[in-house]
Each structure stands twice: as structure tokens, then as C-alpha cells.
Design a binder for this molecule. Structure first.
Ligand SMILES: Nc1ncnc2c1ncn2[C@@H]1O[C@H](COP(=O)(O)OP(=O)(O)O)[C@@H](O)[C@H]1O
Ligand SMILES: O=P(O)(O)OC[C@H]1O[C@](O)(COP(=O)(O)O)[C@@H](O)[C@@H]1O
Ligand SMILES: [Mg+2]
Length: 502
């Protein structure tokens, strides 16, 4: 076994005209003289007919596709896909798959496609499922996975492997990886999971182990940086339509009917925003990124009254992370960020219930009009469904990309779609911060224009938001992150931790 070189600096390659490649680590960075083998896919009848199946090792994908004549070429990521040479022989591979964090449509599809692609594309026959999330590495049994026993799991919601929050002990996990002879680890999970995966990768590198660590980004909230979207998000937006439609039917069937629908989105309102835009029956969309107020001129109550007078009914969609400060204040509870789940995520108060009571109280107290309000909370129902067709295809390609990368010796990466292309992104880039709806962006403007709701923003808020957005873009696009990747970089924009991770 080679000795570990603790070279934790990101691999950043620069080229002419401002070209920057934020590259991913490779096993050969810290293990010298690794043998390589021809990719078994070149003998696979299905793939050998493809004109240019193997990805050129110099292929990279730009992060930013809108450019000007004189703008620098900017940040790029390594293109995902099969390479001519691989660093593992099929019978040498012992793969492990784990699912962590909250449920998300598509988890089972990714598990299925990892198993099937390992078997059928690369001839790998030893695939272990780790049960119950990270803690399962050292506290639970494993299960052998093969194409037969995963054959129809994509038709089910949830994860057949089970999942959990918390319980991330890097040393114990890596000890276990070593003891079981695992040399490819596929880790499916959200931002917290990818942070954990980064620590696992660092420890593996420190020990000098020939173990590839590949992340597959999961979250229904779509709050993962850099990538176009996370799997399960499309399904969630589609499933949310059913709840919004029901709210609309209820609201329009009765005089001054109000339907309130709460959707998921702890820190980011993407599901609420897209579900609103897709549906067109929504009169008001409230998300964590856009503060709002209830009383007075330009406030929510005034808007509700106006809309009821105009239309006789209305639908409000609210993301679960919206207005948490207002909820805490009015319920006189402790500040939210004092309550965390096992992973250090903020535990939320039920904003849907809160706003429903507030609206009812307001209209009753001021004897404005008699309203009929129905509150629908479909959050866990949405999260528990199997993925839709487009997410299934996305999950399949993510799983295959992860395997191609690991077989080619890349490690410490998350695979993701960037501008429609599959890429390998270094962990530190994904975990640096969190994707949020930019309320000075066109997409949010489209929502405001489709609902015709107030923006609740004063000129000061707009300037502050624009400044924040400009700073985020500067950090994100123009400058490669040159921080030390020994994660836990606490540069995130949201309150997480102080849960301790070893
Ligand atoms: N900052 C962190 N460092 C290391 N591990 C983490 C970190 N945050 C979360 N984890 C681990 O990742 C797993 C999932 O995290 P969680 O935040 O619950 O879900 P998600 O990955 O979907 O965001 C948990 O087992 C947790 O212990
Ligand atoms: O109740 P749970 O299982 O802890 O999960 C609730 C949270 O999980 C999510 O669905 C997704 O969160 P993660 O991506 O961090 O797993 C959030 O939208 C929601 O706030
Ligand atoms: Mg998360």
C-alpha cells in the first residue's frame, strides 16, 4: 500500500484566455505507478458501435455558458463519461453504496442503476449495500446487491437501503471500508452527505488507500450548488401540482375560499417557485429567500383581501422554510436555529399552520369578510413517491457517470449536470455554500408576474440582494475556490452545525 500524501489543495489548472479547470482528485495523485487496463466497454456490443463513445481526457465543460466577446473563458469542470483506460479490473472491485439524509424520489433508481451498470458495463460482481445511511458502515449489516434483487426497486419510493441523519464518524467509516476491502464507495446524499463524503475521501487519501469515493447529489430541495438541478426535484414539482390543484378546487368551490399549500424547501424555495410557475392557479408564492410582512400597506393581508374581492378565491403556496423568524416571534418560541436535527439542520416550525391561523384570525378580528380556508400539507407525500420518467433517466445517467469516473481512477468528486452536460465536480465546490432562489433574478420575476403578488421588497432590500448576489457570483464563477479542501469549510450562507463531525 502506498503511503498517503496529504496534499489537500484543490487541483486547479489554468490556460489561455482565462481558462480555469477546477479538476477532481485522481488515485494516481497519491498512489504512484498504478497499473491501468483497457476499458471493458470497448468489447461491449451495445457501446462499441457508438462512434465516439470514450470521452477525450481533455474534455471539460464550462460553468458559465453566457459569455461576451472579451470575457475570460472562466471556470470549467471535467466532463464525465467512460475513459479508454481504467484503474480497476472487474474482479478486483468491491463496491459499496450508501444513501443518506432525507428521502428523495429517485434514490432507488440510482441504487438500481449503480448495481446494474457495475455488473453489465464493467463486469463488477461484488456490490454491497450499506444499510441506514453513514452510521450503517459501522452499526448495521450490509446487503449484497445484484441486478436481480434491485430489478424493480425504481418503481418504489424511498430507499431500499434505508437512510439516516447524523452519526458520521469518519474514522470508523474508513476503518470499516478498509476492513471490508471496499475500493469504490458510492455515496448518495445532499449537501450534508457530500460534506461527510469529503471527509471520508480525505481520510482515505491520508491513509493512501486505493479507494475511489464518488458522490451522487440528492435533494428534493434543489439547493446544491453548481449543478443544473438535483434528481427528484422534477418529480417533486410535478407531484406538488396535485396538492395545488386540490387547494384550487377547494378554494373556488366556496365563497371567499383560500387554499394554503405548504411545500418542502428548508432554506431554498425552488419547489414552491417552480410548482407555482407550472400551475398558474397560484395567487401568492412565499419562499424563505423573500421576506414578507402581514399587516399594513403592501402586506399579505391587504393582498389577500384584494384578491378575494377580485376573484372570490385564492391559492397560497408557502415553502416550509419561509418566514421562520416571524413564526418564532409570534409563537414566542426560542430562535429556530437553537433546534437542530441530528445532522445539524435547522428544525422548522409549521409555517403553513401558522399562516393559516394568522389569516383566519385577521379576517375574523377585523370582521372584513367571512373566509373559508383549507390548509394542505403534502410535504412527506411528495417526497415519498417514486421518481418520474425524466428523473429516472437523470438518475441512470448520474449513476453511470459516477461509475465511469471511479473506474477511471477519479475520486473525491460529485457527479452532476452542468449546462446539460454530465461532469465531475470536486467536493469542496459543491459544499462551499448552498443554492438559493435569487429574488432579483428573472425566474422570481416571472413568478411575481404570473401571480401578480406584491414583491414585499423596498428599494433598500433590492440593493442589498443585488449586492449579495454579485458577491456570490464573484466567489462562484470568477475565482476558483483555492481554500484548503480539508472540509468542513464553514463558509456556508445558512446556519448549520455546531453538530460535531469527526
Ligand atoms: N458538515 C458535515 N460534515 C460531515 N458530515 C455531515 C455534515 N453534515 C451532515 N453530515 C452527514 O451527512 C449525512 C446526511 O446529512 P443531512 O444534512 O441529514 O442530509 P443531506 O445530505 O440530505 O443534506 C448525515 O449522516 C450527517 O451525519
Ligand atoms: O423531516 P426530515 O426527514 O428530517 O426531513 C425534512 C427535510 O428534508 C428535506 O426534504 C430535504 O432535506 P435534505 O436534502 O437535507 O435531506 C427538506 O425539504 C425538509 O426540510
Ligand atoms: Mg441538506
Amino acid at each position: 500500500m502506498a503511503s498517503g500524501v496529504n496534499n489537500c489543495k484543490p487541483k486547479v489548472v489554468t490556460g489561455p484566455l482565462g481558462y480555469v479547470l477546477e479538476d477532481v482528485p485522481h488515485l494516481s495523485d497519491y498512489i504512484p505507478n498504478l497499473p491501468t487496463y483497457p476499458n471493458p466497454l470497448q468489447n461491449n456490443p451495445a457501446y462499441s458501435v457508438v462512434k465516439q463513445y470514450f470521452v477525450n481526457i481533455d474534455d471539460t465543460v464550462p460553468h458559465k455558458v453566457v459569455v461576451h466577446k472579451d470575457s475570460p473563458r472562466g471556470v470549467h469542470f471535467r466532463r464525465a463519461g467512460p475513459r479508454q483506460r481504467v484503474y480497476f479490473q472487474p474482479d478486483e472491485v468491491q463496491a459499496a453504496i450508501v444513501t443518506c439524509g432525507g428521502l428523495c424520489p429517485g434514490l432507488n433508481t440510482v441504487v438500481r442503476e449503480l448495481v446494474c451498470a457495475l455488473y453489465h458495463m464493467y463486469g463488477v460482481k461484488k456490490v454491497l449495500g450499506i444499510e441506514g445511511g453513514y452510521i450503517g458502515f459501522y452499526a448495521r449489516n450490509t446487503v449484497n446487491l445484484d441486478p436481480k434483487n434491485v430489478n424493480d426497486i425504481h418503481k418504489r419510493g424511498g430507499t431500499v437501503l434505508g437512510t439516516s441523519r447524523g452519526g458520521h464518524d469518519t474514522t470508523k467509516i474508513v476503518d470499516n471500508i478498509q476492513d471490508r476491502g471496499i475500493n469504490q464507495v458510492y455515496i448518495i446524499g445532499g449537501d450534508g452527505t457530500q460534506r461527510g463524503a469529503s471527509l471520508i475521501f480525505e481520510e482515505i487519501r491520508r491513509r493512501g488507500l486505493k479507494v475511489a469515493v464518488a458522490g451522487i447529489p440528492k435533494t428534493i430541495d434543489n439547493d446544491i450548488m453548481v449543478i443544473d438541478k438535483s434528481f427528484g426535484f422534477d418529480t417533486a414539482v410535478e407531484e406538488a401540482q396535485r396538492a395545488i390543484n386540490a387547494a384550487h378546487v377547494e378554494a373556488e368551490s366556496i365563497e371567499n375560499g383560500i387554499g394554503v399549500v405548504k411545500l418542502m424547501g428548508r432554506y431554498s424555495g425552488f419547489i414552491a417557485m417552480h410548482a407555482t410557475l407550472a400551475n398558474r392557479d397560484v395567487d401568492c408564492c412565499l419562499i424563505p429567500e423573500s421576506n414578507f410582512y402581514l399587516e399594513g400597506e403592501g402586506g399579505l393581508f391587504e393582498f389577500i383581501e384584494k384578491r378575494l374581492k377580485e376573484n372570490g378565491h385564492m391559492v397560497i403556496v408557502i415553502a416550509e422554510g419561509a418566514a421562520q423568524d416571524l413564526v418564532s416571534e409570534s409563537m414566542q418560541t426560542l430562535a429556530n436555529n437553537k433546534h437542530q436535527d441530528a445532522s445539524g439542520n435547522k428544525l422548522l416550525q409549521d409555517v403553513g399552520l401558522w399562516i393559516s391561523h394568522k389569516i383566519k384570525d385577521h379576517f375574523a378580528k377585523h370582521k372584513i369578510m367571512k373566509i373559508n380556508l383549507k390548509y394542505i400539507d403534502p410535504t412527506y407525500m411528495i417526497r415519498a413517491v417514486p421518481s418520474n420518467a425524466s428523473d429516472n433517466v437523470y438518475c441512470t445517467l448520474l449513476a453511470q457517470s459516477a461509475i465511469h469516473g471511479a473506474m477511471a481512477g477519479y475520486t473525491g468528486f460529485t457527479c452532476g449536470l452542468v449546462n446539460g452536460r454530465y461532469t465531475y465536480i470536486p467536493f469542496y465546490r459543491i459544499t462551499q455554500s448552498q443554492n438559493r432562489v435569487v429574488i432579483t433574478d428573472r425566474m422570481w420575476a416571472r413568478v411575481l408576474s404570473s401571480t401578480n403578488q406584491p414583491s414585499f421588497l423596498g428599494p433598500k432590500d433590492v440593493i442589498a440582494e443585488q449586492r449579495e448576489e454579485a458577491e456570490m457570483l464573484d466567489d462562484e464563477i470568477d475565482e476558483p475556490c483555492l481554500n484548503d479542501v480539508t472540509v468542513n469549510t464553514q463558509v456556508s450562507i445558512y446556519p448549520k452545525m455546531p453538530v460535531k463531525y469527526s
